[in-house]
Design a protein around this ligand. Structure first.
Ligand code: SAM
Length: 491
């Protein structure tokens, strides 16, 4: 797969970018923190003031960060040793009546450069074309942050687009494979890889077809998950499958894609259909796969908000007759299929080889400490630990900083406790309502006594037999371990 430039051209462009220090740190140092923050808000004034000099870094910032037209001499000097004619031929810059402008998004990202189509803000007033190749966006960084970064032999980025996930995979995978339906996207990914000094296997094709029969230690995907009637207007968001079928297909594909012990993580949207529990629907995606699954719903959107969001995402004008018709057709489809909302979240699947896999589908709406990846990894580790142990024989301790929140109402004589909540102060920040018995249990988890001995004491205090107390306590303790509120004591 060829990039936008020849290997020699890529080398020259890389030299130009490195020499000018067109990097995240170089740009921030040049324009300062206030202008950097303002650029993120779409306010370019301070960045333009800081780059009036016309030196190569200033010119690159004006071209590729601010979307300005620059004159021929400055652009040629900024891109040298890449020949300007080659940059124009590759579409990196375009000739306009007022000078040269960026033809692609060229974004410093961590220690790399990512090349993609111009974002909506760099092409004001023009809707995104059907074959638009996305740059690094909120969904990209969400998935990147949620990915488990343990060293692996082989990794696959399915639907690579500009190659952002593949870049991250290259930091901990021996070999990276990236696929996309769009040949155009693969050309951008090839350019991103070459410019960032990486080598990936790039394959074209639909979903898992290009890697049929192969298995990977890690698979990540930010797929075209947008739900709708199954018509494709934009390749980056529409799969051509109706409803949430593309995500169901990915989940089913995981069993053939994952090596033993392998993990697959993908962003997904799912339907909340009237009369159906969305959790059952999503759990159904992995039924029969033999994979452990943790699915978290971060938010849910009502149909009107959802359609508006995605029309705006493609910079489609919302005040024309066509836009109104598109929105109405989309919303009619929601109505006809009794869809009340769309859930947005993350699916993590693990080929752990269990006959009775754990499948957990739940909401995780609270703000969490980023990145999410280590918390997801720890969740799967705790699940494995729970499987391997006789919990009654284990000593447990409360998580560092675990808090007890009480709500109480003042009575005539004293406070009456209405609600008690255990709260994790960091990480996934779970909050669990508990009763006095569970509080006693958690209070006793100081790493000293095995759970069985704690239960003996509690059973005696409550005048119930130990087996009954254990029957109640063990599932609750297992749940608190799963949530990371109680932790195993080693040794
Ligand atoms: C939302 S973009 C994700 C891009 C990038 N991986 C990221 O994280 O930002 C989805 C990508 O999936 C690709 N795609 C769309 N339909 C596909 C299909 N049927 N099979 C494989 N890739 C597909 C699109 O071309 C696009 O590059």
């Amino acid at each position: 797969m060829h990039g936008l430039l020849s290997p020699d051209g890529i080398g020259r462009l890389r030299d130009a970018l490195a020499r000018a220090d067109f990097t995240t740190t170089g740009i921030a140092a040049r324009i300062g923190p206030a202008a950097t923050a303002a650029v993120r808000r779409g306010d370019l004034r301070a960045a333009l003031r800081a780059t009036a000099d016309g030196d190569p870094l200033a010119t690159l910032i004006r071209l590729f960060v601010c979307g300005q037209a620059e004159d021929e001499a400055r652009t040629a000097a900024a891109l040298a040793p890449l020949v300007l004619a080659d940059a124009v031929a590759a579409g990196l810059v375009e000739r306009h009546h007022d000078g040269l402008q960026a033809g692609v998004e060229l974004e410093p990202y961590h220690d790399w450069w990512v090349v993609s189509d111009l974002s909506a803000s760099m092409r004001p007033g023009r809707p995104l074309p059907a074959d638009h190749v996305l740059g690094v966006g909120g969904a990209s960084t969400t998935l990147a942050g949620a990915t488990i970064r343990r060293p692996v032999g082989t990794a696959l980025d399915l639907g690579t687009g500009c190659g952002v996930q593949a870049l991250h995979l290259s930091t901990h995978a021996g070999r990276v494979t990236a696929t996309d339906l769009s040949e155009r996207a693969l050309r951008f990914a090839a350019t991103t890889a070459a410019l960032s000094g990486q080598e990936w296997e790039l394959l074209a094709g639909d979903m898992a077809a290009p890697v049929a029969g192969r298995r990977f230690d890690l698979v990540v995907s930010n797929p075209p998950f947008v739900v709708g009637p199954g018509t494709t207007t934009h390749t980056y968001r529409d799969s051509g499958r109706p409803g949430d079928a593309v995500c169901a297909e990915l989940a089913q594909a995981a069993r053939h894609l994952l090596a033993d012990g392998g993990t697959m993580q993908f962003l997904a949207n799912w339907l909340h259909v009237a009369g159906e529990d969305w959790r059952d629907r999503v759990a159904g995606w992995v039924a029969g796969t033999g994979l452990d699954a943790w699915v978290i719903e971060r938010e849910a959107s009502d149909p009107v908000g959802y359609v508006r969001l995605w029309l705006a995402d493609a910079a489609e004008p919302d005040n024309t007759e066509t836009a109104a018709e598109t929105a109405a057709t989309w919303l009619d489809w929601f109505d006809a299929n009794k869809i009340e909302a769309v859930g947005l979240g993350l699916v993590t699947l693990r080929a752990a080889g269990h006959d009775d896999p754990t499948v957990r589908v739940e909401e995780l709406r609270q703000p969490v400490d980023q990145p999410l990846g280590p918390h997801i990894e720890a969740w799967f580790d705790r699940q494995e630990w729970l499987r391997a142990q006789d919990l009654l024989a284990q000593r447990l301790s409360a998580a560092q900083g675990l808090q007890l929140h009480q709500e109480a109402t003042k009575g005539p004589d004293s406070w009456q406790v209405d609600r008690q909540l255990l709260a994790l102060p960091d990480g996934l920040r779970w909050v669990e309502q508990i009763d006095p018995l569970v509080l006693a249990l958690v209070s006793g988890c100081d790493g000293g006594l095995a759970l069985r001995d704690q239960i003996v004491v509690l059973a005696a205090a409550h005048d119930v037999d130990e087996a009954t107390m254990a029957g109640v306590a063990v599932p609750i303790v297992a749940h608190l371990v799963e949530r990371g509120m109680l932790l195993p004591v080693e040794g």
